[in-house]
Design a protein around this ligand. Structure first.
Ligand SMILES: [Mg+2]
Length: 246
């Protein structure tokens, strides 16, 4: 039977550094006007993008200006468009870091016919594609659930499971499905979907809070996690029914 592995992007596969936050704030400013009062570096320090979906970040930051959700939600598409254009134009691949063990792991998993590999990320789909294209990683993922699909990360688990089932023609067993991510929100997403979670401390969250959140496994990085992923996806032994009678 097949296993399903769903990977987060930022902090799990790669790190873009500080360049992306500025592009996001520029898009907010273009759509909602001067946001400097709440998006200057000092105030942003109190807000973590980690694990949040792109639309959740927009809603959280613009709510802080006193706007109501009805004034924010209709503009999500406009923010996305400008942010993605900013990424396309401005993302410097030289400042994006591929995290340890990522390519080797994805190479091995993609060679397996009994493993389906997908994305579960808060990035808008087009943003994820631009980031992954820095290292030609997109080709390893058959499908994904993205920030386009829901505002809250926990709602992305069912979307990913549904798409995986459509793609393979049958649902995946929950105990054979795994979310790999770098934040407490990735762990919570897996728990709410009833599937296993593996956390890597390659983002901004240390191992301890990831363990406290209830991750099934926590590793320093994907290089060290690879062995456990191999064990998790190992084919089950074929059980031959015992012969009965004479
Ligand atoms: Mg992440």
């Amino acid at each position: 039977m097949k296993h399903l592995i769903l990977f987060d992007v930022d902090g799990t596969l790669l790190r873009c550094g500080r360049q992306v936050g500025a592009m996001f704030v520029d898009a907010l400013t273009e759509v909602f006007g001067d946001c400097s009062a709440f998006t200057d570096q000092d105030r942003l320090k109190g807000y973590s993008f980690a694990g949040k979906t792109d639309p959740r970040i927009v809603v959280d930051l613009i709510r802080a200006t006193g706007r109501r959700d009805e004034e924010i939600l209709p503009h999500l598409a406009a923010v996305e468009k400008i942010y993605v254009e900013n990424l396309e134009r401005g993302l410097d691949p030289g400042r994006v870091r591929l995290l340890p063990g990522v390519r080797e792991l994805l190479e091995r998993l993609s060679a397996r016919e009994d493993v389906l590999v997908g994305l579960l990320t808060g990035n808008w789909r087009r943003g994820a594609r631009i980031k992954l294209s820095c290292f030609d990683l997109e080709r390893y993922f058959a499908f994904g659930a993205f920030g386009d699909d829901a505002i809250d990360r926990c709602d992305l688990g069912p979307v990913a499971l549904q798409r995986a089932a459509v793609l393979s023609g049958r649902p995946f067993a929950l105990d054979r499905s795994l979310i790999v991510g770098d934040t407490v929100l990735d762990v919570e997403c897996a728990r709410s979907a009833g599937i296993r979670s593996m956390a890597v401390a390659t983002g901004f969250t240390e191992a301890e809070p990831l363990e406290a959140a209830g991750a099934d496994w926590v590793f320093a990085d994907l290089e060290r996690a690879a062995g456990q992923i191999e064990r998790f996806t190992a084919p089950s032994p074929v059980v031959t029914p015992a012969a009965h009678g004479d």
